[in-house]
Design a protein around this ligand. Structure first.
Ligand SMILES: Cc1cc2nc3c(=O)[nH]c(=O)nc-3n(C[C@H](O)[C@H](O)[C@H](O)COP(=O)(O)OP(=O)(O)OC[C@H]3O[C@@H](n4cnc5c(N)ncnc54)[C@H](O)[C@@H]3O)c2cc1C
Ligand code: FES
Length: 375
């Protein structure tokens, strides 16, 4: 019997919910026993097990993992991501990766970052048949239900992953508007999904691919500029024949902060910030000493304390030698959620200040004076 299918999971969840069975299976609950028998039978819907069914090398430093999660996987919208939970040297780490669907399978594509712990492990250590865990999908970097008349997609390096998921989904849905992709990489050899993108461009006449290589061999060169934007728009019918006025397409960008900022500035300059959508893979990090937020940081469970500065609490806890759970490190995934038992913090995304006992996300919380945490 395959206990990882959706119907089997429903049955086991009903059994697991029974008070008698739970009493018999105490203290661990039946889910724990199922998981020991077979990790794919786990009833944990927050960390869903998935088999690695194939590993494809995309470039010298990027791989795609094809995954088959158990029946608890809820599906996702192209552009969304999930947390991947991976055990390295006995410690569970989580990182965010964008999801893609192809031929009924889901996949993630991971670029090994220099000094990157998890991305390098994924690139060099994982094997077909290994089981990793996925959080349910999250994120709102997705195409609207009603697709706009034209789309401009801009990606750099591994930022192609959510863009590719949206691009393929739109074209397969029969999208007829013009869609142009400006894609920045060092060279063709560093370009993830290069062959697949060329194939899409030859299959769909409404899709224009504009590779930009910093080694100077692309159709365009250098960093994003207004010239690049105008070139991209020239592939679409964005200039009014009557007035010469420019209609900007809805724009989706994923890449380094400098690229996101440059495109955002152009859209703002042209008065169409509302058509600009971006996803960041890396938080804009806070630096120490930029506000007068010093105090004492008390880690109650580990019975230690340090002098605090104005970095986020996740960085400060890690610098103090602790290992709190983390994922996106930018306030999206809630992996770093932690009980603050006392003190005041500033939410670094919203600027809001809150006081006293509450759950906070360490990665976006800046201490204001003395703060006690239950870690
Ligand atoms: C919403 C979201 C979706 C993401 N989707 C993808 C994806 O589809 N594919 C993918 O490859 N990555 C993706 N990422 C980035 C991914 O979550 C990790 O941050 C990345 O793989 C590095 O993890 P690490 O453990 O190897 O690096 P760490 O050990 O955490 O960091 C090591 C060093 O690498 C730097 N670093 C960390 N992340 C990046 C980055 N993204 N770019 C450049 N330098 C970095 C750090 O500053 C540090 O110096 C996504 C991130 C977010 C927030
Ligand atoms: S690590 Fe994702 S919210 Fe903090």
């Amino acid at each position: 019997m395959n206990l990882s299918t959706k119907p089997a999971r429903r049955t086991w969840r009903r059994i697991a919910d029974s008070r008698v069975i739970n009493a018999l299976a105490a203290p661990n609950g039946i889910g724990r026993y199922l998981e020991v028998l077979n990790p794919m039978w786990s009833l944990d819907q927050t960390r869903i097990p998935a088999y690695i069914t194939a590993i494809r090398r995309e470039t010298k430093d990027t791989v795609t993992l094809e995954l088959r999660p158990n029946g608890d996987w809820p599906g996702f919208r192209p552009g969304q991501f999930c947390q991947l939970y991976i055990e390295i040297n006995g410690r569970l780490h989580s990182r965010s990766y964008s999801l893609k669907r192809r031929a009924g399978r889901i996949s993630v594509t991971v670029k090994a970052q220099a000094d990157g712990l998890v991305s390098r492990y994924i690139n060099s250590q994982l094997k077909v048949g290994d089981i990793i865990r996925l959080s349910p999908p999250m994120g709102d970097f997705v195409l609207p239900e009603l697709l706009p008349d034209a789309l401009l997609m801009i990606a750099a390096g591994s930022g192609i992953t959510p863009i590719m998921a949206m691009l393929e989904a739109a074209l397969k849905r029969g999208y007829k508007g013009g869609v142009t992709l400006l894609y920045y990489n060092r060279s063709e050899a560093d370009t993830v999904f290069h062959a697949r993108l060329l194939k899409l461009a030859s299959t769909y006449s409404n899709f224009s691919l504009l590779p930009v290589f910093s080694d100077g061999t692309g159709k365009l060169n250098g960093h994003f500029s207004q010239q690049h934007l105008l070139t991209a728009l020239s592939f679409q019918n964005n200039l009014s024949a009557h007035t010469g006025a420019l209609t900007l397409p809805e724009c989706f960008v994923c890449g380094p902060e400098a690229l996101i900022q440059a495109v955002s500035d152009e859209y703002q300059l042209l008065g169409h910030s509302e058509k600009f959508h971006a996803e960041r893979f890396k938080a804009v990090t806070s630096t120490s000493g930029d506000t007068g937020a010093v105090g004492t940081l008390i880690f109650k469970n580990s019975q230690s304390e340090v002098s605090s500065d104005s970095r986020n609490l996740l960085e400060q806890a890690e610098a103090a030698g602790l290992q709190p759970q983390s994922g996106c490190r930018m306030g999206i995934c809630h992996s770093c959620s932690c009980l603050k038992t006392d003190g005041s913090v500033r939410n670094m995304n919203s600027g809001e200040v809150s006081h006293g006992e509450e759950y906070i996300r360490l990665c976006i919380s800046q201490p204001l004076g003395d703060v006690s945490l239950a870690i």
